[in-house]
Design a protein around this ligand. Structure first.
Ligand SMILES: Nc1ncnc2c1ncn2[C@@H]1O[C@H](COP(=O)(O)OP(=O)(O)OP(=O)(O)O)[C@@H](O)[C@H]1O
Ligand SMILES: [Mg+2]
Length: 623
């Protein structure tokens, strides 16, 4: 409860503080109601009988009015508190999702995005049911109130009637809550061990609902995928349900003990009344207080609080886990750094360092050198690159060819600094990328204009797909669209550049695969216009028809004027115009030279080129 209180005060200081104050105030008014009921009931016989010593009409009316007032205030406070709670849960939900996404996107590197440990931790931070913290905040104020009320009522019962009865009921109340929280903790352990299965289920769900939805339906795979989703999801949940069932049965036993204690206390009360030990006022107050005490045992709230606290711990641990993965020292899901993270430190970390102006890297086409670069993906034991040396001279247009899986796209990730080489260096204008801090790395990435192999298809407007975060400059937009030959396709969209490229949106539109690819090319050219100095085209012709491909090949050198460029393809015809062509094989640059030099060399390039050319000439190729 305290962890959640602290969290809500960090998240929303005024709202969290106000809610706490409301809870305290509401506990006080509730106690006052019990006392006033006692007073009213106690004075009623004397007032009705009249005579000397009886309360005056004014005094009695004032007392009743006070009771009504306090009772109403209690109700109003409850309403206010539930309004504040709703607001708090929405604010905190935003903070939780912002914190998770900030952790995932904080770094310009990407290794942590592929880490199972980070995915599991982020899933746990969302908790059982995906919104554990949200759900846990709902009963927070009520729990604070009911605990204060329980203590206050126990004191009333003790002072007016019996300390043992008070102690007994207070301890069974505590027992109910402690037990519910414990059962919830047991449930957490079971759920956590199933987060992996749950993650797989999530993945199947996203696949079926998101990116692959169309193809899956067209080919009739949707039911198969949904079966799989349900199966994985159940596999993750069934053990949880089983644990919950057992826990519920046991919790009922504890509740029964609590009710037994109440019955015992009431029996004691009746006995004392019989013996003439208690006046009417005391009986009324004690009975009200006893009932309040009994009702304040809130096992359900305690259980969801436990779930929320556990999710909160994962939320605090998440940045540390991601950082550990990024720093490459990661071994297990639990990272020591996260355990002692204070809320303040966590909040500061999630907010990220103060935004500073991007450091000034020299503008213009950069010189990039890969020196003795070795690389294997995290968690893999295959070296994709094995001591590769490659120099992209400033302003040079380099072609890179290689078979499927040779490591061409991997090389792009390394150039961008998204991954660090396992050994060797990537040097930009004389500076090792490994020496860049996150800001410098981000600035370097802004100087890259990539058309990656799996380029972005954003469900945003056509113009946003080209300009991204930049405010669109219509003239430049039109110019790059012509160069990338996507202008005609955009013109046919229902709302031109303002068409959202997503069919499910009203007035939305869609493009063909090749048109999307040209749009991606336009995006890269727009970035070049904006000062990006390194143009990288990874299989830019994969979805283009023969004529478009030929056009791209012809225009390539013009596209690449004034920038350093890297054109990647396994189609030899595409790269033939480059200043220099490099052949990537077995993790190194096996051959390099101009198209003609390489053909004369009669090596691997020549062999592969002839093989491809023969298929075209022979007419059984795809042309
Ligand atoms: N995220 C990843 N984790 C582990 N291995 C990966 C990852 N991405 C790629 N690989 C592996 O690295 C190797 C090189 O892949 P890469 O995508 O760089 O090849 P490529 O030359 O671009 O091939 P293609 O011509 O098919 O695009 C492949 O064996 C691939 O399986
Ligand atoms: Mg590739």
């Amino acid at each position: 409860m305290f962890a959640l209180l602290r969290f809500s005060i960090v998240v929303a200081p005024r709202l969290g503080g106000g809610l706490l104050a409301l809870a305290v105030l509401s506990a006080v008014t509730s106690l006052a109601v019990a006392v006033l009921i006692g007073q009213v009931v106690g004075l009623t016989p004397a007032f009705v009988a009249g005579g000397p010593g009886a309360p005056s009409l004014t005094a009695f009316s004032l007392l009743v009015a006070a009771l009504v007032l306090v009772f109403t205030a209690d109700g109003v406070l409850t309403v206010l508190s539930s309004m504040a709670t709703t607001r708090l849960t929405y604010d905190s939900d935003e903070v939780v999702y912002r914190a998770i996404s900030a952790t995932m996107t904080a770094s310009p590197r990407i290794g942590h995005l592929e880490s199972p440990a980070v995915s599991d931790e982020s899933r746990r931070a969302r908790g059982i049911g995906n919104r554990a913290i949200w759900v846990g905040l709902f009963p927070l104020a009520e729990l604070v109130r009911s605990r204060l009320l329980a203590i206050g009522s126990a004191v009333l019962v003790g002072v007016l009637f019996s300390w043992p009865a008070a102690a007994l009921l207070l301890s069974t109340t505590a027992l109910v809550e402690w037990w519910s929280a414990r059962m919830s903790a047991v449930e957490q352990v079971t759920w956590r061990s199933g987060t992996r299965t749950g993650r797989e289920a999530d993945y199947a769900y996203e696949l079926g609902m998101g990116t692959a939805a169309k193809e899956l339906r067209v080919f009739g795979f949707a039911p198969w995928l949904m079966d799989r989703y349900v199966r994985d999801w159940r596999a993750g949940m069934v053990p949880l349900w089983r644990v919950r069932q057992v826990a519920t049965l046991r919790t009922m036993v504890v509740y029964a003990a609590h009710l037994g204690a109440l019955a015992f206390a009431v029996w004691l009360l009746v006995r004392d009344v019989n013996a003439g030990l208690l006046g009417l006022a005391e009986v009324a107050t004690v009975l009200t207080a006893l009932l309040r005490l009994a009702m304040s045992a809130n096992g359900v709230a305690a259980a969801s609080m436990e779930r929320a606290t556990s999710a909160l711990q994962s939320l605090y641990r998440l940045p540390g886990t991601a950082l550990a993965v990024r720093e490459g020292e990661h071994r297990s899901g639990e990272h020591a750094d996260g355990k002692d993270a204070t809320v303040g430190a966590w909040a500061a970390r999630v907010a990220g360092p103060a935004v500073v102006d991007p450091p000034r890297l020299p503008s213009g086409p950069p010189e990039v050198r890969l020196e003795g670069v070795w690389f294997r993906y995290p968690g893999s034991d295959v070296d994709v690159l094995r001591g590769l040396d490659l120099r992209l001279g400033a302003g040079e247009a380099i072609g890179l060819v290689g078979l499927n899986g040779a490591g061409k796209s991997t090389l792009v990730h390394l150039l961008a600094g998204a991954y660090r080489p396992s050994a060797g260096r990537v040097v930009v204008d004389g500076v090792d990328l490994a020496e860049f801090d996150d800001h410098e790395l981000a600035a370097w990435q802004r100087r890259l204009a990539p058309v990656t192999q799996e380029f972005l298809r954003l469900p945003l407007t056509a113009s946003e797909n080209v300009t991204l975060a930049e405010p669109p400059d219509q003239k430049r937009l039109a110019a790059v669209a012509v160069t990338a030959r996507v202008d005609a396709a955009v013109a046919t969209l229902p709302r031109g550049w303002d068409t959202v490229l997503e069919r499910s949106v009203t007035d939305g539109g869609d493009l063909s695969g090749g048109q999307w690819q040209r749009l991606a090319l336009a995006r890269a050219l727009y970035a070049v216009n904006d000062g990006a100095g390194l143009l990288v085209l990874d299989e830019p012709a994969a979805a283009l028809d023969v004529r478009s491909e030929a056009e791209l090949v012809d225009r390539y050198l013009k596209l690449a004027t004034g920038v350093t460029s890297l054109l990647i393809s396994h189609r030899f015809s595409v790269v033939r115009n480059a200043d220099r062509i490099c052949v990537l094989e077995e993790g190194v640059i096996a051959e390099q030279g101009s198209h003609h030099e390489l053909l004369e060399m009669g090596g691997r390039y020549a062999e592969m080129f002839e093989l491809q050319a023969a298929r075209y000439v022979g007419g059984d190729g795809d042309a």
